[in-house]
Design a protein around this ligand. Structure first.
Ligand code: SAM
Ligand code: SF4
Length: 325
């Protein structure tokens, strides 16, 4: 069977509500480059059919920056590497409320509180809960969190505070993980996702591509994401941070980036698939093509330690390609 016919057959399976098999996903991942356009087009049709034209726009607030105890080789906020990134501890609830209000005015649907630590201490967790309570009372925007490892009690508390979704990334394939982090395990990350799900939180998970992994390993991570079936997948494209072991890592070709976004869409037709860190630095078009190749979400207005496009510019880009911000 030709690759084009095979892609169409997989698309028909998805439209009929059937899940494609692991074998199908592997074959889609390996379609020749000349058929990549068709793969992306079919992924886009699945996105439109299941999710309409709306793009999920999110803003982040890095509420605790740098000096993290973990040694993730890609991360500019690890205390293991001298990256010169400023360090700060938790801001006051008032400061976060002001920023969350601005994000809402700029059209963000969700506001994600992110912390550069392995897990929250008791005191920090109480402070984060106070921040969430204030946002709920004074802003009224959907709150998401990315706070590292959680206990069952903490996950339950976040659910009580109406946190909608919890982000915790797999980062890469299980077979690659020991090369990118030695202070915790892949299983630790899976356990946290399980704890969050058991508490009734929606899941957002994904990873970083371009860490030096093989296509096979990107496929491995994709299949793990399909098994977890999160409400949202977040894919970062590595931004090499000076001072980290990956500072000289070469960029992935755009075709490999399109490939993974498209196949994830075939596997997870209903999920939000978000282009996260690295969108502006790795892609010439700030994500236009990926938003027509399976992705339907972006992070706007800057990342954890990097600036991004401003919200207005991203809104215009979304409208230019006929989608809704
Ligand atoms: N410390 C928590 C954790 O590891 O789960 C909270 C979030 S961590 C600060 C946020 C995410 O940013 C990471 O999980 C990783 O996927 C992404 N990230 C970090 N450094 C990056 C880089 N240099 N390029 C692209 N994405 C990056
Ligand atoms: Fe710490 Fe998270 Fe960065 Fe790893 S990714 S070093 S856990 S902040």
């Amino acid at each position: 069977m030709s690759a084009l016919k095979f892609i169409k057959e997989c698309q028909e399976k998805v439209f009929s509500g059937e899940r494609i098999s692991v074998e199908d996903a592997k074959n889609l991942f390996n379609v020749p480059n000349e058929d990549l356009k068709e793969l992306a087009k079919c992924a886009n049709e699945i996105t439109r059919d299941y999710n309409g034209n709306k793009v999920d726009v999110e803003q982040l607030n890095n509420i605790k920056k740098n000096a993290c105890s973990e040694d993730c080789t890609f991360c500019g906020q690890s205390a293991f590497f001298d990256t010169g990134i400023e360090t700060y501890q938790l801001p006051s609830p008032e400061e976060v409320v002001t920023k969350a209000k601005k994000a809402k005015e700029e059209g963000a649907e969700s506001y994600c509180l992110v912390a550069a630590w392995r897990e929250p201490s008791k005191k920090d967790f109480t402070n984060v809960c106070n921040i969430i309570t204030e946002i709920n009372e004074k802003v009224g925007i959907s709150v998401e969190c990315s706070l590292g490892f959680l206990t069952k009690e903490q996950a339950k508390k976040l659910k009580e505070l109406k946190v909608k979704r919890y982000n915790h990334n797999l980062e890469t394939a299980k077979s690659k993980f020991p090369e990118i982090c030695t202070t915790h395990t892949y299983q630790d990350r899976l356990d946290t996702l399980e704890i969050a799900r058991e508490a009734g939180l929606e899941l957002c998970t994904g990873g970083i591509i371009g860490l030096g992994e093989t296509r096979e390993q990107r496929m491995e991570m994709t299949l793990e994401l399909a098994r977890i079936y999160p409400e949202e997948v977040t894919i970062n494209i590595l931004v090499p941070v000076p001072g980290t072991p990956l500072e000289l890592q070469v960029n992935l070709p755009n075709s490999e980036i399109t490939r993974i976004f498209s196949v994830i869409r075939f596997l997870l037709p209903e999920s939000v698939i978000k282009i996260s860190g690295g969108r502006e630095t790795n892609l010439d078009d700030a994500g236009e093509e990926l938003l027509q190749s399976g992705a339907n979400g972006i992070i706007t207005q800057g990342y954890l330690t990097m600036d991004g496009n401003d919200a207005q510019k991203d809104r215009k880009m979304i409208e230019k390609i006929g989608l809704e911000a």
